[in-house]
Write a protein that binds this ligand. Sequence first.
Ligand code: B12
Length: 323
Amino acid sequence: MNAPVDVSFFARAAKSLTSYRKYWAARFGTAKFLPTTRKEMDALGWDSCDIIVVTGDAYVDHPSFGMSVIGRMLEGQGFRVGIIAQPDWQSAEPFKALGKPNLFFGVTAGNMDSMINRYTADRKIRSDDAYTPGDIGGSRPDRAAIVYSQRCKEAWNDVPIILGGIEGSLRRIAHYDYWSDKVRRSIVVDSKCDLLLYGNAERAIVEIAHRLAAKEPVQQITDVRGTAYVRRETPEGWFEINSTSVDEPGRVEAHVNPYLMVSDQAKANGATCAKEDEAKDVAKAAEATGSPAVNPAIKPLPSCPTRRWFRARRSRSRRATTR
Ligand code: B12
């Protein structure tokens, strides 16, 4: 069931991220920080944002934050990107703070799933949130990706929603949800997003942004790798299979122990690992003769005697005299 699948025949050709013609707004240049308020947009001379990223984390302009990586990547393509970080989700108003985006809302719950962010494995409230100023929890709703998407739709029903980040990625198909102890349906259905981009989304979001900018309807963008979306009908040439028959319980292949050394794995398969075995033989021979120079290729590093070396020599000579 978990046997490796040969994927070498999968098509891999991908358009280079630097080969796109920059969007016209590139003339505004690079923003010191992506704007989070109207005032900051005015200072940049923007009348509107092309894309607004809504996130459950505080906006930190650092590459370990998904909203920055995605926002800056899109800015590099010439788009004007605004950030709405940790909005109050009680109404749609905070989602209108930067005006209506020209192309789409990018929505993410943040660097972590919002349920993991808020609750411990014992289902107790966490005492902190590393992605919020002051470490204070409670700045994002449970199931933030769904809540934010719904609020964006309430704000502007006709603006496409592109969902991404870990919460969406791991919930893109029907999945077991620990918190409700149920199998939940795909988050694409619950959030009503137009497209979900799973995993590292740079390549997909750049392509989608350019296609939306070229006025392609989001419903037609169904051929981008790493995306999930709802299909209303089965396309020609495709067929549906009842999963209860596909996924019958069967033999489960043993997991490879990730901590095994290469040579141990080889031994388990009745083979040997020549390089490692050779090194072991040299070490064994050196131990037996007490000389580290059994292999002429191995030479001691030129170094000055250390204090520890002098101490060891002193105690060696003391032992020699008392024996
Ligand atoms: C570094 C790290 C940490 C560091 C954080 C340091 C810091 N200050 O940032 C430390 C060690 C503190 C940490 C702690 C924890 N971590 Co941690 N951590 C990671 C790690 C290795 C990398 C995260 C990262 O920086 N990613 C870089 C960003 C740019 O990537 P990204 O968020 O995935 O973004 C990409 C996509 O998601 C997407 N995307 C993102 N945003 C958006 C937005 C849109 C619109 C779109 C379209 C796409 C998109 O594109 C992005 C670019 O490719 C991940 C594992 C991993 N490899 O991702 C685990 C991980 C995030 N951690 C995890 C966990 C569980 C924790 C802890 C709860 C562990 C614990 N039990 O204490 C704590 C929580 C701390 C806290 N209180 O918040 C889990 C989260 C699981 C989940 N389902 O949410 C992960 C996924 C590891 C795992 N597989 O279990 N962690």
